[in-house]
Design a protein around this ligand. Structure first.
Ligand code: R5P
Length: 287
C-alpha cells in the first residue's frame, strides 16, 4: 500500500503511512502557464494507493481528482481517497428548492475517480452514501480526549444535540460526565444557545463539536457557561476552519484553550488526525 498526496500535507502523509504501515509515494505538481495544475505520481505503484486529499479550498478538489487519476496511471489497482475533512458536508440536502446538494456533487465527482472514500467526523454520516463505493468514517474523540487530558476537565458539553455522541465519547475517555446544550441557528453567523440547566459553577468545562467555522456556536456557548459561573471553558473540535476571525472571537468570549486536529491546518491544530484517518481508511475496505 502507498500513501500519496498532491496537497501540501507531507507531515500528515507520513504519519498516515506509518499508521497504515504503508510506503509513501512522491507526487510532483506544477502549474501550466494558463494556471492549470499538472500532477504526476513519481513512483511506480501497485496494489492500493491512498490519496490524502484536502477538499478545501475549492481548488483542492481538482487537485484530489488529478491525484487519484495519476495514482491509477502510476499503476495502483485500487485508489482510496482519504480526506481528513469532508468539505461541503453541511450542505447534504437541499434546504430550499433549487439548492445544490453540495456533498452529493462532491462525493459523486470523487467516486468517478476513486474506488473508496475515507474521512473523519463527517458532519452527517449518511452523506457518505452519496459516494458510490465503500466509504468509511472514524471519529476523532480519542484524539480530542488525549488533548484535553491534564486540563482539569470536569464536564464535557456538546453545543447542540447533534454533537452529543461525540461529547459523550470524549467524556467517557476522560471519565467525567457529558451533556449537551440546545442551540438555535439564526443565520450562518449567529446562533442562540440555551443556558445549561446543570451546575457548571466552579467547574472546568470542555465544549466539544465537529466543526468550528465562524466560532459563533462555541463563542456563544462559552459566554453562557462563564456567565453561569464555570471556572474555565476549553473548546475542542475535530475540524478547525476558524473563518472570519473565529479564533479571536473565541478568545474574546473567554475560552481558555482552543484545540483542533490538523484535519484542517490552523494555528490551533495541536492534535494529529492521522490515527483517526487510518481507522477510517481501514473501514473503507470492501466487504
Ligand atoms: C453545526 O451543526 C456544526 O456541528 C457546528 O456546530 C457549526 O458548523 C459551527 O459553526 P460556527 O462555528 O460558524 O458556529
Amino acid at each position: 500500500m502507498y500513501v500519496a498526496t498532491a496537497s501540501d500535507r507531507a507531515r500528515l502523509r507520513d504519519r498516515l503511512a506509518s499508521r497504515l504501515e504503508a510506503d509513501t509515494a512522491d507526487v510532483g505538481t506544477r502549474r501550466f502557464p494558463d494556471g492549470e495544475l499538472h500532477v504526476r505520481v513519481e513512483d511506480e505503484l501497485a496494489g492500493e494507493a491512498v490519496v490524502l486529499a484536502d477538499l478545501r479550498p475549492d481548488e483542492e478538489l481538482v487537485t484530489a481528482l488529478l491525484a487519484c487519476d495519476a495514482a491509477r496511471e502510476a499503476g495502483a489497482d485500487r485508489v482510496t481517497v482519504a480526506a481528513p475533512y469532508l468539505a461541503y458536508g453541511r450542505q447534504d440536502r437541499a434546504f430550499e428548492t433549487g439548492e445544490a446538494v453540495s456533498a452529493r456533487a462532491l462525493l459523486r465527482a470523487l467516486a468517478g475517480n476513486a474506488d473508496a472514500f475515507a474521512t473523519v467526523d463527517p458532519h452527517a454520516s449518511p452523506a457518505l452514501d452519496y459516494f458510490e463505493g465503500p466509504a468509511g468514517a472514524a471519529g476523532a474523540a480519542p484524539e480530542l480526549a488525549g488533548a484535553l487530558e491534564g486540563r482539569g476537565v470536569e464536564l464535557v458539553l456538546a453545543p447542540d444535540e447533534g454533537a452529543r455522541e461525540r461529547a459523550r465519547a470524549v467524556a467517557e475517555r476522560l471519565a467525567v460526565p457529558a451533556d449537551h446544550l440546545e442551540k438555535r441557528r439564526i443565520s450562518a453567523r449567529e446562533v442562540e444557545v440555551e443556558p445549561h440547566e446543570g451546575d457548571v459553577d466552579g467547574r472546568t468545562v470542555a465544549l466539544v463539536d465537529d466543526i468550528v467555522s465562524t466560532g459563533g456556536t462555541m463563542a456563544t456557548a462559552t459566554r453562557q457557561l462563564l456567565d453561569a459561573g464555570a471556572d474555565a471553558v476549553h473548546v475542542a473540535a475535530t475540524h478547525g476552519i476558524f473563518a472570519e476571525g473565529a479564533l479571536k472571537r473565541l478568545q474574546d468570549a473567554g475560552a481558555d484553550a482552543v484545540l483542533a486536529t490538523d484535519a484542517i491546518p490552523s494555528p490551533a491544530a495541536e492534535v494529529s488526525v492521522a490515527p483517526a484517518l487510518a481507522r477510517a481508511v481501514r473501514r473503507a475496505r470492501p466487504g
